[in-house]
Write a protein that binds this ligand. Structure first.
Ligand code: SF4
Length: 88
């Protein structure tokens, strides 16, 4: 079984996880918050975030993080996060 099989986002509109526009604008920021709220409840958030970090630059919300947030992670945090860290 692949970790993706447990993804909560499989039950959501995929567009929710790929916000378009200025991430600081009202509507886009709300969309990001809504996507992150799904990720916080997701049982495979750790695997998802690890995948996104391992793959490199990838658009969208993965493991509760935006592309910019992943890019800003210092190298020492590029490890598999604990479930608690992924849900934060
Ligand atoms: S952490 Fe978020 S993006 Fe990743 S599988 Fe879960 S719901 Fe989808």
């Amino acid at each position: 079984m692949d970790w993706r099989d447990g993804s909560l986002c499989l039950r959501e509109d995929p567009d929710l996880f790929f916000p378009v526009g200025n991430i600081r604008s009202g509507q886009t920021a709300l969309q990001i918050d809504e996507a992150k709220a799904v990720c916080r409840r997701c049982p495979v958030a750790e695997q998802c975030l690890s995948w996104a970090v391992d793959v490199g630059p990838v658009e969208g919300i993965w493991g509760g993080t935006t592309e910019g947030e992943r890019r800003a992670m210092p190298p020492r945090t590029m490890r598999r996060p604990t479930a608690r860290e992924a849900a934060a």
